[in-house]
Design a protein around this ligand. Sequence first.
Ligand code: ZN
Ligand code: ZN
Length: 125
Amino acid sequence: MQCPRCDKVMTPVRPDEVEAQQCPQCEGHWLEGEDLRRLESTVNVRLFEWRKLPSEELQTRELACPRCEPRQVMKKVRSERDQHVLLDVCERCHGVWLDGGELRAIQEMGFVAALTDAVRFITQD
Ligand SMILES: [Zn+2]
Ligand SMILES: [Zn+2]
């Protein structure tokens, strides 16, 4: 799978029992399905490397889902708790893209709370 931002091939990383795909260049993460839900109950996220949040301009750029064919543009979901965090959510496969710094911002504000925002969004139909 390729990074929706840089087109680099992502590699699997495993913080605890959760498997995520990580981009070697921008350090963003792709999470989907059960792994996303499992991450909610995971306290230990220290294996992730932190970076600064991407610029607002970069964050608001449209991204296509790395999973779906044909091309599916992901929906931007702003966290209710931290206005700096903008998640990209695929409405088709329910995957979530987190930019490198977003995971850090999310952890600092309460990782579970932030992902609950995302999960609530993708499960409301
Ligand atoms: Zn990337
Ligand atoms: Zn998708």
